[in-house]
Design a protein around this ligand. Sequence first.
Ligand SMILES: Nc1ncnc2c1ncn2[C@@H]1O[C@H](COP(=O)(O)OP(=O)(O)OP(=O)(O)O)[C@@H](O)[C@H]1O
Ligand SMILES: [Mg+2]
Length: 486
Amino acid sequence: MDRLLLIDDEADVQYSFRRIFDSPEIELITASSGEEGLKLLARVRPDLVIMDVRMGGMNGLETLRRIRQTEAKLPVIMMTAYGTTQTAIEAMKLGAYDYLLKPFDVPKLKQLVGAALKSARDMKQVVSYEPLLESEDYDLGIVGRSEAMQNVFKLIGQLAASDATALITGESGTGKELVARAIYSHSRRGAQPFRAINCAAIPENLLESELFGHEKGAFTGATAQRIGKFEQCDKGTLFLDEIGDMSLATQTKILRVLQSGTFERVGGNQAIKVDVRLIAATNQPLDQAVAAKQFREDLFYRLNVVRIQIPPLRERQGDIRLLVNYFLKKFAERQNHRPKSIAPEVVRALEAHHWPGNVRELENVIQRAIVVAKGDAILLGDLPSEIFGSGPSAQEMETSRSKTPAAAGAADEMMDLPAVARTLFGWARRDGNLKVIPAVERQLIIAALAETRGNQVQAAKLLGITRATLRKRVEKFHIKQELSIQ
Ligand SMILES: Nc1ncnc2c1ncn2[C@@H]1O[C@H](COP(=O)(O)OP(=O)(O)OP(=O)(O)O)[C@@H](O)[C@H]1O
Ligand SMILES: [Mg+2]
């Protein structure tokens, strides 16, 4: 549950907030003055403060200044009436999260509160990146024991100890944001704010103003001055997600901040100095963008000083089992249940999947399987068909379930022939050529290699073919990309 502290001296506003945030996920606490708010702050430890600028007694700005003396990270949203936006801008310079104009628009208020709470969570959770075996705290870790992930952990440690700019690359869902937060939470800036901005999600013409702010009248629609993310998270860490989507003009400005620590607001001419640590991420091959002249080479080199390359999940098959256990525990804990067990062939099927959506896809599959699974164990039929053929029908599941005890160990016996056949056809469809034998052969080889952890000699023995034949098949079926073969 998130705790929201409202500081406003108007009873009407307190009343409407109680109605708007009447939800089991939010606990609303109210204070009628800055003084009272400050007193409550230490006691109730809110996740977010929403405060009026104009109040009798201590005004909003002064209260914010006091809050900032003890709480550098707590997001504070300021509310202001039309005509007093200048004060709101002062508040932004003092590190307010954002401001709202009164009378406020309820959907906008809710959206802003949601974003601020997410930002608070991002800052609060220390992401652990120690090789995680039996961690108590299952909510906050980066899981992985593969060599590739060990390297990632090493780099996170080095980057946390320094102030260097970092570039995190990896396919979608590989954990780039998680890694960025790990660097932040272990760095000496961990007590200062962390802000994330997704360059791909913001229209190009607004991105600069979002990053650097703008002066009143800088462009049509710029009716008031605005403070950007850089200014807002002075001394903190700024995470530029999807930096490959940034226009060349904005790249130039970013380069300048990196080189000189200064920038100007859009439409302004006063150089503003900030001390911000940048972490960038992209799922595009930036070197190709550089070659195509879509990304500045000098900025690329500047960002690329320390590069964390997160390998796709299919290249670290050994981590799949760990991740599965981690997600099973994590979701069980959230729902106060005992974690479900998982049948061995389900793990094998998960290990053989290509995972185009990487860890995020695996997380979703496990979450879904927990919901779908009827008993204490997750069985093959609980996986989506793109991972394991079309799976047996619910009715067949019921009949076979009644024949076997529901324990996980018995799940192997549930592979009845029609289900197997359907799975095989599923593979053939997925391989795209609709020919069953090659598709099955390919899956058998993948399974054998997974079983022997990529050892070709053992895998060939298991399949009853020579190693030379195995090698030819591996090449023919392009299996190399999916498995790290020793
Ligand atoms: N090694 C890991 N251990 C535990 N959870 C992970 C790991 N990697 C990723 N996750 C989880 O997978 C999900 C996706 O991770 P994240 O958002 O960091 O990926 P991303 O690379 O930023 O993806 P995108 O490119 O789509 O933005 C998150 O829920 C994250 O917690
Ligand atoms: Mg991301």
